[in-house]
Design a protein around this ligand. Structure first.
Ligand code: ATP
Length: 510
């Protein structure tokens, strides 16, 4: 599934219909690339954040969490390089009036050539059967080699021109490659311009330049400027990490992919401070650990891949993305960056405060190196939602829409349903509901036929439904119905809590 627009549209409309994600300010026709989370969306989002926090902070003795303000001293963004370098090159198509990121246009063009290579390779694999050596074929087949040379040539020319700030050459390259606007199909492009992605606002009542603040475009800087505070007050010893989750703001040029690219979004970041020279070891470690975190949710490994960066940001000496196969194709979900001592050094310079660690083992003071893991909460939400969305054709021919969330992330864990609205069943169901609600996010529902109620729970991804029937009144047993298999089992009321704890701890849906 490379680019499944219809599926993506279905997921977006499901998210709206079932109270997961709404367009912001919808009754005023919305606000571009800004979204609100509804009653189930907020639960899913909270659960993803809590799952991340648990793995990063609770499980690691040497990682602590903080929560820093969105507003920060404006010099911070000078020091971090964001004022001068947090730009994207933008270009408009004069016919469609659509705006694009020049780098994305070129990367999409490269992806098309890569697709051609993959097609050649898979055709050859079929032709040669078991004896096929894909690596050798890639290195020697003239057509594949030609494609690969083309890609290397485009990359090296494009990134060097971009780095030199030669925007006219970037435009020429786009023209030379024959890149057309996906909407108008024309090559009628404007000049390429740099566009700073930070939002600014004024603090206090006087609007002078000195009072201009930026809404933070990443949460990382809040961690760097608190490095000393946390190290001292927490008696932290290198290697140690500081984690935080929170809102970030970017005035994205192209923002038309639902919650994949938003102008206001949330990040979950961890900065890990290490001894200089040991950063590559830790970089590899965190790449592995973060992939483990993703796989621990039970999502197929084939949906994930690493993408190592050729072009590094000004602060990094190694960087990789964890990409996820969204319905819009494989895209960045998380970044793991070896940020060197760039940030702490810069803040040391701009603030005039020493940001160093005294290492008792080596008897030296140094500015630690940093390995960062940075994931967008909203992007993770989209990954989970799009992976979960399933349309199943049942034996009777009807279609069941179900969200197969990992149980640990499901917004509602258990629904309590009296089979009928009479004979004392609702009262008994209320008792069961009251017994479960201190432990789990529960829902009580007595409206409509039981089959419809099950379907409603499937649509919001509830992994377990408890049904109270006449037998419950006789022997205090209920049926538990599992979302994924739709199997039902009879269990004692007194065992429900224990069974749910067990299944949720193991993240088992059945
Ligand atoms: P992209 O190349 O997609 O613009 P980036 O490389 O600028 O992303 P980082 O600065 O590394 O992203 O940010 C870390 C993470 O924050 C990303 O992996 C992504 O999950 C998330 N993120 C970044 N920008 C956005 C956005 N506009 N909307 C939602 N999530 C975002």
């Amino acid at each position: 599934m490379a680019n499944n627009e219809d599926l993506f549209k279905k997921i977006i409309s499901h998210a709206k219909e079932y109270g997961f994600v709404f367009a912001s300010s919808e009754i005023y026709d919305g606000l571009s690339a800004v979204y609100d989370y509804g009653q189930y969306g907020v639960e899913l989002k909270n659960n993803i954040r809590a799952y991340w926090w648990k793995w990063m902070v609770q499980y690691n003795e040497n990682i602590v969490g903080i929560d820093t303000a969105i507003f920060m001293h404006p010099t911070i963004w000078k020091a971090s390089g964001h004022v001068d370098a947090f730009n994207d090159p933008m270009i408009d198509n004069k016919d469609s009036k659509k705006r694009y990121r020049a780098d994305v246009l070129v990367e999409d063009h490269i992806a098309k050539i890569e697709d051609k290579i993959e097609k050649e390779v898979s055709k050859a694999a079929q032709r040669f059967g078991e004896t096929f050596d894909a690596k050798l074929y890639r290195e020697t087949n003239p057509r594949v080699v030609e494609y690969q040379n083309k890609i290397d040539d485009i990359k090296s020319r494009f990134y060097s021109k971009l780095e030199e700030g030669d925007l006219a050459a970037v435009k020429s390259l786009i023209e030379e490659l024959g890149i057309v606007c996906p909407v108008s199909g024309s090559k009628n492009w404007t000049e390429v311009r740099q566009f700073n992605l930070m939002f600014s606002t004024q603090m206090g009542s006087v609007s002078e330049d000195a009072n201009t603040l930026y809404l933070r475009p990443e949460t990382a800087q809040g961690i760097f400027v608190n490095f000393l505070n946390v190290m001292k007050s927490g008696r932290m010893k290198v290697p140690f990490g500081i984690a935080q989750t929170g809102k970030a703001f970017r005035n994205e040029i192209v923002a038309r992919q639902f919650i994949f690219r938003m102008r206001e979004f949330e990040q979950m970041e961890m900065q890990f401070f290490v001894r200089p020279g040991e950063e590559m070891k830790w970089y590899e470690y965190w790449k592995e650990m973060r992939m483990k975190w993703h796989l621990s949710l039970g999502i197929p490994a084939a949906k994930y891949r690493f993408h190592n960066h050729d072009k590094l940001a000004h602060y990094a000496n190694a960087a990789a993305d964890i990409e996820f196969e969204f319905p819009i194709g494989f895209k960045e979900l998380e970044g793991i960056h070896s940020r060197t001592d760039f940030d702490l050094n810069a803040h040391q310079q701009y603030s005039g405060k020493k940001l160093q660690y005294f290492d008792p083992e080596t008897n030296e003071s140094y500015v630690p190196y940093v390995v960062e893991t940075s994931i967008g909460l909203d992007r993770m939400f989209l990954a989970i939602l799009s992976n979960a969305f399933t349309e199943e054709t049942l034996e009777d021919g009807s279609v069941r829409e179900v969200l197969n969330f990992p149980p640990v992330l499901a917004p509602i864990k258990v629904a309590v349903l009296p089979l009928m609205k009479k004979d004392g069943l609702p009262e008994k169901a209320r008792q069961v509901f009251d017994m479960l609600k201190p432990n789990f996010m529960c829902q009580y529902d007595e409206k409509d036929a039981i089959g419809r109620r099950y379907r409603r729970q499937d649509s919001i991804g509830t992994p377990y439904c408890i049904t109270i029937d006449h037998e419950t009144l006789e022997n205090d047993t209920v049926t538990i119905r599992y979302r994924d298999t739709m199997k039902q089992e009879r269990i004692a009321v007194e065992s429900i809590n224990g069974l749910l704890f067990q299944k949720l701890a193991a993240n088992i849906a059945e």
